[in-house]
Ligand binder design. Structure first.
Ligand SMILES: [Zn+2]
Length: 525
């Protein structure tokens, strides 16, 4: 990591700040701080994380924007905060198409009966109480869009497979453990060739992955099947449907391969679909905002931040259930240990991050008074792991104040963290970027991976059992201490930006990311 500086040096240099430090601390030990110690004790001895996770992930489930579960989760968060004596409210920033996932049956009925491992995509139309049974057909390879248009009527009454069949259902790490050098190379080569050829099959049709499903349903296909395998055992990514009338389902790599091979062999497999999802009227799109009012500088803000919505293949446990419960637990601890903060503490639980940071962009647009007077914001949104990286986001003096705040963090938590100062401004990825774009000091508390990208991020396996509570507990303690220190800091944080390096592609000086508008009406055409 470039420009990485060891934090204990900073601790040493800036020890003078600590309100309670009596003497120069040992280089690696946290500065003695009774509030920080009480935060650690409360976080460890009275953790509410498991309870919060059960209620949110298991009891309510995934939190796709526009669904009744998102609304239910919002009500639950407010009720939970109120129970802890914390003021919290819903802030509407837009409207989204309403939709509710229902029970689904996805089966193979010929050449033999087999229940398939699959699920409807988000916003997929249902089958109106009926079971749709039809022959399964592979999207054909055709030379150009003209021949594809000629073929299209043949999709009438059929269920169409529109993803490539994977040459292996084993993740690469499994090959790397057991394969030979030659067999691994061959598998990767085969996969590359197949992928390129499949992409050509799609582009030759004159459509793309977004427009093809609609063309098929228009031609009379009765279902569209994909396999968005996430290159791990048992994992598929579950995103939104592009059909408006017929169901879109995603099927596991194993069952998709089965159907594909049978169809390729001319055996004409059949599938039966019964999908009970339903479209609902447009609903409010909202954030949940909680507050502990500052006593000395009520018009300066320190924010906790994590998106509240999720995709709905799993229960959004690590994206972003863990970020959510970290912020809730940190708020609970702060209310108990530090109930009268110097600056106002806000927590933002954002809606519709998954469709483009919409909730946080909306908040930035709607609350210039907070953005203007933001001391710092801490966002967490890349899984269940221990925080291992903090980047200064291109704020020239971030090193000084973040290092100062980290001095109060117990060394066993702090020593895990690599820092990158002054870093570069994040352009997206999660909600801190909405604040950075507005020139406000927003930071990402970045987690250890736990194979987040393949195994849980937007997958059907993003569930409670993947939460590593020991790490999440550390993150809640870390967040609470950083927020406390940012509140108490005698200085207002500097927003001075670094001069961005020359962009090697354009030859021009790099520019700070621009604020972007929230999509305030979603899913309604
Ligand atoms: Zn996320």
């Amino acid at each position: 990591m470039k420009n990485s500086k060891k934090l204990f040096l900073a601790a040493l240099l800036l020890a003078a700040f600590s309100v309670t430090a009596q003497r120069r601390p040992a280089a690696s030990a946290a500065i003695k701080n009774p509030i920080a110690e009480a935060i650690v004790k409360e976080g460890n001895d009275n953790s509410q994380l498991e309870k919060l996770a059960t209620e949110l992930m298991d009891g309510i489930g995934p939190r796709l924007v526009g669904t009744p579960e998102m609304k239910q989760a919002g009500d639950w968060a407010i009720a939970t905060y109120n129970k802890w004596g914390i003021a919290a409210k819903t802030e509407k920033w837009g409207e989204w198409q309403g939709w509710q996932r229902g029970v689904s049956h996805i089966d193979m009925t010929f050449p033999r009966a087999k229940s398939l491992e699959g699920m409807q995509l988000a916003w997929s139309p249902g089958t109106n109480g009926k079971t749709v049974e039809a022959e399964v057909m592979i999207l054909p390879y055709l030379e150009d869009s003209l021949s594809f248009a000629k073929w299209l009527p043949a999709s009438k009454g059929k269920i169409i497979l529109i993803s490539m069949s994977q040459p292996t259902g084993r993740p690469d790490y499994n090959w790397e453990e057991f394969g030979t050098k030659e067999s691994i190379e061959k598998m990767k080569k085969d996969r590359e060739v197949l992928t390129a050829s499949w992409n050509k099959r799609i582009s030759n049709s004159g459509y793309n992955a977004r427009t093809l499903p609609a063309a098929l349903e228009k031609a009379g296909a009765v279902g569209v099947v994909t396999c968005n395998w996430s290159r791990g055992f048992g994992v598929n990514k579950i995103f939104g449907a592009y059909t408006k009338n017929v169901p879109s389902v995603d099927i596991s790599v194993e069952d998709y391969g089965l159907l594909y091979r049978l169809a390729e062999a001319g055996i004409k497999p059949k599938m039966a679909l019964k999908i009970d999802s339903k479209m609902l009227p447009p609903t409010d799109a909202f954030n949940i905002v909680g507050e502990l009012k500052g006593v000395e500088k009520p018009n300066e803000y320190v924010m906790l931040s994590a998106h509240f919505d999720s995709w709905d293949g799993g229960t959004g446990a690590t994206d972003n259930g863990t970020g959510t419960i970290v912020m809730m637990e940190a708020m609970r601890i702060l209310k108990k240990i530090y109930p009268n903060p110097k600056r106002t503490i806000l927590v933002g639980h954002w809606g519709s991050e998954e469709q483009g940071l919409n909730g946080s962009r909306g908040f930035v647009e709607d609350h210039p008074e907070v953005v203007e007077n933001l001391q710092a914001l801490f966002n967490q949104d890349n899984g269940t792991g221990r925080v291992v990286n903090i980047n200064g986001q291109g704020f020239l003096h971030s090193y000084e104040y973040i290092s100062r705040w980290l001095t109060a963090v117990p060394s066993d938590i702090r020593q895990q963290i690599e820092t990158n100062f002054p870093g570069t401004p994040g352009t997206g990825g999660s909600d801190f970027a909405s604040f950075v774009a507005a020139g406000a000091p927003g930071f990402s508390l970045s987690s250890n991976s736990w194979l987040y990208g393949s195994y849980t991020w937007h997958t059907n396996r993003d569930t409670y059992d993947k939460i590593v509570f020991d790490d999440v507990r550390n993150n809640a303690i870390l967040t609470a201490i950083l927020v406390y220190m940012a509140c108490e800091d005698p200085e207002k944080t500097s927003r001075e930006k670094i001069k961005l390096p020359i962009n090697s592609r354009t030859g021009q000086p790099g520019t700070w990311p621009e604020p972007r508008k929230a999509t305030r009406k979603g899913g309604m055409e």
